[in-house]
Write a protein that binds this ligand. Structure first.
Ligand code: FAD
Length: 381
């Protein structure tokens, strides 16, 4: 496994780190408090080529390897997890499925836009189907040269800012194998019948929007179908394998940011006549945090490397996401603990890291679903 970055990749990672420190750090707190998507920062990321990161150069993107992309997400999440997830969703479950399964016509039409000023979103979850994605009910009915979509999607990241939605819908009832009745469609924002509904008021990641998207007689041409009818579930699952590398990186970034804050605080805060960093119980916490972050990062990089080498990586992406998100839970917990009462106060960033981390154990498949994926894979092996 090659874990080194070439010069160009190092430049991209450095650009992301500088951007996070100079542009995101000053607004991370306020966008959380105001529950505001920082559109101006996203536009700058587009200009810098940081948004369409994994889109191949032939379509106008940066075309970096997944391992570089993962490191960029870590750099952003270290400072602002909300912006990191915009980038992760846009690339891994927004653009990637089109690259992997789309027709050449769809790629020519959408990739340059997604490498430019368009943002992508992924619509799988519904009120009655989250983990059990094959139970989704949004319908797409063939009508002449079109499909007509009716139903509602929940919790769509980038839902209110996206220009293009990848929508999983039921095109057939297949009673024993419902996943075979699911198809994927590309729906543009301005399509009549696509309505951005309620925006969720969340515990964390408040600088990222999470919206209900309704489809009310939403008519799209047959050319909006990705691949063929019945392939939508496969497209969604492969997109999520990719997305889990992004969420794993996001968790590593959150944990790293929390650890850095904890180290800073431990050096400044004096108790019993010396900085708390000199108390061995605090040092041991810092040691465990650093060790676990490194272990999680290596799992993420291994999954990314397998993907870049065109090897199966579903189990490894699930392991990376599972371990990194639960690791981040432990790390932010200890970061708050090291801050004492200050850790519970909004003035200190660890309070935000603590809230932001929690979703990494839930979206793009809960920890329980990751264990199911990993468990099935090891039994099959
Ligand atoms: C902030 C945010 C952003 C999101 N972004 C998106 C997005 O962009 N696109 C999208 O499509 N969705 C998105 N989601 C939805 C997210 O992916 C789902 O919430 C998640 O998959 C879990 O589904 P659920 O909430 O319906 O929980 P449920 O599936 O109802 O699960 C509830 C609990 O039961 C457990 N459980 C369920 N089945 C099993 C089983 N077989 N064995 C053991 N335990 C089980 C789960 O692990 C969980 O603990 C987002 C959610 C949030 C909160």
């Amino acid at each position: 496994m090659n874990l080194t970055f070439n010069d160009e990749e190092r430049m991209v990672i450095e650009l992301a780190r500088d951007f996070a420190e100079n542009e995101l750090a000053p607004i991370a707190e306020s966008i959380d408090q105001e529950k505001r998507v920082p559109i101006e920062a996203l536009r700058k990321m587009q200009e810098l080529g940081l948004l369409g990161l994994m889109i191949p150069e032939e379509y106008g993107g940066a075309g970096v390897r997944t391992s570089c992309y993962a490191q960029v997400i870590e750099e952003l999440a270290r400072v602002c997890a909300a912006v990191a997830i915009v980038l992760s969703v846009h690339n891994s479950v927004g653009a990637y499925p089109i690259l992997r399964f789309g027709s050449e016509e769809q790629k020519q039409k959408y990739m340059p836009k997604l490498a430019g000023d368009w943002i992508g979103a992924f619509c799988l979850s519904e009120a009655a189907s989250g983990s059990d994605a094959s139970a989704l009910e949004l319908k797409a009915k063939r009508d002449g040269d079109d499909y007509v979509l009716d139903g509602s999607k929940l919790w769509v990241t980038n839902g209110s800012i996206a220009n293009l939605y990848l929508v999983m819908a039921k095109t057939a009832d297949v009673p024993d194998k419902p996943h075979r009745g699911i198809s994927a469609f590309l729906v543009e924002k301005d399509t009549p019948g696509l309505i951005v509904g309620k925006l969720e008021d969340k515990m964390g990641l408040r600088g990222s929007d999470t919206a209900e998207i309704q489809f009310d007689g939403c008519r799209v041409p047959a050319s909006a179908l990705v691949s063929e009818e019945g392939v939508g579930f496969k497209i969604a699952m492969q997109a999520l394998d990719n997305g889990r590398i992004g969420v794993g990186s996001q968790a590593v970034g959150i944990a790293r940011g929390a650890l850095e804050e904890a180290i800073k605080y431990a050096k400044e805060r004096v108790a019993f006549g010396r900085p708390i960093a000199e108390h061995q119980a605090v040092q041991f916490k810092l040691a465990d945090m650093e060790t676990e972050i490194s272990a999680a990062r290596n799992l993420v990089r291994r999954a990314a490397w397998l993907k870049d080498s065109d090897q199966p990586h579903g189990k490894e992406a699930a392991m990376a996401k599972l371990y990194a998100s639960e690791m981040a839970h432990r790390v932010v917990h200890q970061a708050v603990q090291i801050h004492g009462g200050a850790g519970y106060i909004k003035e200190y960033p660890v309070e935000r890291y603590y809230r932001d981390q929690r979703i990494t154990e839930i979206y793009e498949g809960t920890s329980e679903m990751q264990r199911i994926v990993i468990g099935r894979a090891v039994i099959a092996e």
